[in-house]
Design a protein around this ligand. Structure first.
Ligand code: URA
Length: 232
């Protein structure tokens, strides 16, 4: 939510009611701003205003940032008709303008960042900002040093114009590697492994930029980011 914000929009958003109902409440003089009844729908609200609807305060909770340890089977979407979403795991008020900063596939586990700060998530997801995302990858076929070197240098993905950007790839075991990439193309890690004639069988995100998945979070648990983590 951006401030200043129209009164009808503010009420609709925080009371989670349609804009038409917010307007009706304003018209019926059920809304007070800083102790005055306000009847203009477009009255400009700033973050420090005290807005009452039917005598009850509507409080904007500001920008919020969470990390979640995503389990398999959850989708990174606000609504999904078939599957539970990562938002089902968050028990927080007023989550309707939140989004995932860098989605994971339904079968991928690990670090997911959720926020209502669009500028911040843009810094995470835009390739322009060059933020690395680190994945633990389990593969179907044994990994070779040649394949790892190809992943480091850049590989050609189907239907992409350019090679993938230089990546960091560390062999952990015959079927397992740690891969850090600075882009977030659709199914990128799976497609990169396919490009070197292999297949991902398990994928887990450990880190995004400076933010590491907290090892105290079990699968499905979340916490707020610390002030230091929010600084990208
Ligand atoms: N790359 C993928 O292929 N899948 C993910 O979930 C994340 C990165």
């Amino acid at each position: 939510m951006k401030f200043p914000c129209r009164l009808d929009k503010f009420i609709s958003h925080l009371a989670q009611i349609p804009r038409s109902k917010a307007k009706a409440a304003i018209k019926q003089k059920k809304v007070m701003v800083n102790e005055h009844v306000i009847t203009a729908f477009d009255h400009a609200i700033v973050q420090t205003d005290l807005v009452l609807l039917n005598g009850k305060p509507l409080t904007y909770l500001g920008k919020r940032y969470y990390m979640l340890n995503k389990p398999v089977g959850y989708v990174c979407a606000n609504i999904d008709e078939l599957h539970p979403t990562v938002f089902d795991l968050l028990d927080e008020p007023n989550m309707n303008d939140f989004h995932v900063a860098g989605r994971l596939d339904i079968d991928t586990t690990g670090l997911v960042l959720i926020t209502n700060d669009g500028d911040w998530s843009h810094k995470i997801t835009s390739p322009k900002h060059n933020k690395f995302k680190t994945y633990l990858v389990e593969t179907q076929e044994p990994l070779t040093e040649t394949a790892l070197e190809q992943l480091r240098q850049g590989v050609q993905l189907h239907n992409e114009k350019d090679l993938t950007r230089p990546a960091m790839a560390e062999l952990l075991a015959s079927y397992s590697l740690r891969l850090s990439i600075s882009e977030g193309k659709y199914h990128q890690v799976k497609r990169m492994l396919a490009a070197v004639d292999n297949k991902v069988v398990e994928l887990h995100r450990e880190k995004i930029a400076n933010i590491e998945l907290d090892s105290a979070l079990s699968s499905g648990e979340y916490r707020q980011l610390t002030a230091a983590e929010i600084i990208l």
